[in-house]
Ligand binder design. Structure first.
Ligand code: SAM
Length: 316
């Protein structure tokens, strides 16, 4: 991970951020042509070149004054420019594709010290180390790594004011799905256990260059005030078993956890119920009952800093 901000960049102002006009820089199409930034599919590169659209996303994040905005994948910088036109006291953008670092130098200069770029794979970066609180993440995510990135942030969502993220619509539908719907699954339970998630708006493929094959949706997530107590791994195990055989009754699908009938009796959940009928609170209760019967092994070594529990492979 390397900070690509020139050492000569002035420091950020202490109070209100300096005014920034996203339109004052060359059009994004010119930036792309000048630096030869053809999109790479393997890095999920579908760019937003309409500054009205990136402005809408940045404003919808509704960042409180003094917030540091963290962006994953600035690409040619359309959303980055829009974030600089908000309340954000600073914008820290993490980009894996080195070609964009040079192309973003003009934005860094125009930002008067408010923008820094970190060249890194966002999957390996802890935003809490990069940015002081209050911090928020705003990103048009690379869809190939959107779910693992989200799970990593959800595990520590209390560290963020909010997450405002573009997903492919099918994933967004799963994040906000309610029990009884086809889209309701492990990702819905884990997301809604940790956060209040709501859909802001959809964007058609033609809003992007090049257009992706799917529709896209911006989702706003804020930390849930009183999440039901449960630990992450237990909840993952319980939801994996339950949704792994979603059409079966829980007394059958939870068998792999051992003593399914007892877990259901302790939590007051009908053994004939199916996974898709169970609310987040029910899964949290099952996770607690499961953990009580299967305590975590004490760590062999002193634990490393950070949360003891966090996302594993993650729900699909
Ligand atoms: N923010 C730009 C926009 O809205 O036009 C670009 C969004 S594009 C969907 C995703 C961006 O994420 C690309 O710039 C891509 O290079 C970058 N990216 C892909 N994988 C990444 C990763 N693992 N870590 C950091 N950036 C990544």
């Amino acid at each position: 991970m390397t900070d690509q901000t020139p050492a000569s960049a002035p420091f950020a102002p202490a109070s209100a951020p300096a005014a920034f006009d996203p339109h004052a820089l060359p059009p994004l199409r010119d930036v792309i042509a000048r630096f030869g930034l053809e999109a790479r599919k393997a890095l999920g590169q579908n760019f937003l070149l309409d500054l009205n659209l990136t402005g809408r996303i940045a404003r919808s994040a509704n960042l409180p004054a003094g917030t540091t905005a963290i962006e994953v994948g600035p690409g040619p910088g359309g959303l980055t420019r829009a974030l600089l036109a908000t309340n954000a006291v600073k914008v820290i953008a993490i980009e894996r594709d080195r070609r964009f670092i040079e192309a973003l130098q003009d934005v860094i200069e125009a930002s008067q010290g408010r923008l820094s770029i970190v060249e890194a794979d966002a999957l390996t970066v802890d935003p809490e180390v990069l940015a002081p609180a209050p911090r928020a993440i705003v990103a048009n995510l690379p869809y190939n790594v959107a779910t693992p990135l989200l799970l990593g942030w959800l595990a520590r969502i209390e560290a963020y004011v909010s997450l405002t993220l573009m997903f492919q619509k099918e994933v967004a539908d799963r994040l906000v799905a309610k029990p009884g719907s086809k889209a309701y699954g492990r990702l819905s339970v884990i997301t809604q256990w940790r956060s209040d998630a709501r859909v802001l708006f959809n964007l058609p493929p033609r809003a992007f260059t090049p257009p992706p094959k799917v529709e896209s949706t911006v989702v706003h997530l804020t930390p849930r005030v009183n999440p039901e107590p449960a630990d992450w791994r237990a909840l993952e195990q319980v939801t994996a078993a339950a949704f792994g055989q979603r059409r079966k009754m829980l007394r059958q699908s939870l068998k792999s956890l051992g003593n399914a009938e007892a877990l259901l009796e302790e939590t007051g959940i009908a053994p004939t119920a199916r996974a898709e009928e169970i609310h987040v609170a029910g899964f949290a209760a099952l996770a607690r009952a499961f953990r009580a019967r299967h305590p975590l092994e004490p760590p062999a070594e002193p634990p490393a800093e950070g949360p003891a529990e966090g996302p594993g492979e993650g729900p699909k």
